[in-house]
Design a protein around this ligand. Structure first.
Ligand SMILES: Cc1cc2nc3c(=O)[nH]c(=O)nc-3n(C[C@H](O)[C@H](O)[C@H](O)COP(=O)(O)O)c2cc1C
Length: 188
């Protein structure tokens, strides 16, 4: 089984990131290769990076960083659910990535991004350069959701999705499983 962490990158009170992540997890349940955990950066509530040493030394002094280290270390692969803010990545996501190093190494990551016409893709592009520095392999297959408000259920606040998005999600997961299996060798 691949232990997959679905990271919710937005932490705003009224965020749509959570219902979109919940939709993705519902779709992903069709793939038995994964054991899925929701990693909600709002609940995790990391302080801004303030450790005295570089994360590669793993000399964490704050209990929040130690707990975050254990969470990331326990997963084999990630899907990052992200909007873009001002054509960039959410600050909570960048902060969460920067806090650790070895725990991310040699693991694959896919994206579910959402926004206006851009579908959040500028956040994905920005995050990819951080991920490669952390030796995370960002995969090409992705779920990109343009004009997300048209797919929200106004009464329940749930994300409805579509046949095409389900297909993208399942295609990305299939590829993510292959990468997770291959990269496990490098982590051994
Ligand atoms: C500070 C801020 C900047 C934004 N910048 C963009 C942007 O550059 N591109 C875009 O498509 N949407 C942008 N939006 C609109 C977001 O797509 C929309 O608010 C979305 O709900 C954000 O995701 P979240 O609800 O999960 O936080 C921005 C929203 C905020 C609050």
């Amino acid at each position: 089984m691949v232990k997959l962490g679905v990271i919710v990158a937005s932490v705003r009170e009224t965020r749509v990131g959570l219902p979109i992540a919940e939709w993705f997890i519902r779709v992903a349940a069709a793939n038995p290769a994964f054991e899925i955990t929701l990693i909600d950066l709002k609940t995790i509530n990391l302080p801004m990076l303030s450790e005295p040493d570089h994360p590669r030394l793993k000399k964490y002094t704050h209990p929040e960083t130690q707990a975050w280290s254990a969470t990331v270390a326990a997963h084999d692969a990630f899907v990052i659910v992200t909007p873009e803010y001002n054509h960039g990545a959410p600050p909570a996501l960048i902060n969460a990535l920067d806090q650790l190093y070895q725990e991310w190494n040699y693991k694959p990551a896919g994206f579910v991004s959402y926004g206006g016409v851009s579908a959040g893709l500028r956040s994905v592009a920005m995050t990819k350069s951080i991920l490669t520095t952390l030796k995370v392999v960002p995969i090409v297959e992705a779920v990109a959701i343009p004009n997300f408000p048209t797919l929200m259920d106004k009464d329940t606040g749930q994300f409805i999705g579509s046949e095409g998005l389900d297909k993208s999600a399942l295609g990305m997961l299939k590829e993510l499983a292959r990468w997770a299996s291959a990269l496990r060798t490098l982590r051994a």
